[in-house]
Design a protein around this ligand. Structure first.
Ligand code: GLN
Length: 189
């Protein structure tokens, strides 16, 4: 399986290593034609306003939306979760808008208020997921087609809608491969 990792800005290298550790081929994506032969795309954490602007400047925005409509799976972490959302509270920044979610950016405060938490996720068994939140968003509200996989204090931090997956935190910064493996499973379903 070949998975693309959007490599415009942010934590993309760690996602490539994760994909390789899960037995998939990883490809850094910077040009529209590189989207043709991948089965899934990861949008990393970083700065969503910057990544969104670069998606337009580099001709990737419309092409990703087209590939998504053709069935390409997408996993967004943190800034990637923001870019997948239809609705970003108080912002008209560029976005893919593929998930029926309403997100709050920088929802837990400033960079220094970043934190780690243990998440219990039914799909991943008894062992909690150690989640690293870095100036993270959360999903405040989600439509009926969105499956909620985990919450922190009543706010959604892992969500899935058909072939789209979003986490508010950064699993590529830990050694826990379960979320990346789950994404690969979603593609095979
Ligand atoms: N605060 C960033 C944003 O709003 C996201 C942070 C991250 O991706 N770790 O885009």
């Amino acid at each position: 399986m070949k998975i693309g990792v959007l490599a415009l800005q942010g934590a993309f290298r760690e996602h490539c290593w994760m994909m390789e550790a899960c037995g998939a081929e990883a490809a850094e994506i910077r040009k529209p034609d590189q989207l043709e032969d991948i089965q899934g795309l990861i949008i990393p954490g970083g700065e969503s306003t910057t990544i969104g602007k670069l998606l337009i400047d580099w001709g990737l925005m419309a092409k990703i939306q087209k590939r998504a409509a053709q069935g390409m799976a997408i996993y967004g972490t943190c800034a990637g979760m923001i870019l997948l959302a239809k609705d970003i509270i108080g912002s008209d920044q560029p976005r893919l808008g593929l998930m029926d979610t309403r997100v709050q950016r920088n929802a837990y405060g400033r960079q220094c208020e970043s934190f780690e938490a243990d998440l219990f996720v039914k799909e991943f068994g008894e062992e909690p997921v150690r989640a690293v939140f870095i100036r993270a968003p959360y999903i405040e509200q989600a439509g009926p087609e969105v499956q909620v996989l985990a919450e922190v204090e009543g706010k959604i931090v892992i969500a899935r809608q058909a072939k789209f997956l979003a986490t508010a935190f950064h699993p590529e910064l830990t050694n826990d491969k379960r979320i990346h493996q789950y994404f690969l499973q979603m593609i095979q379903e």
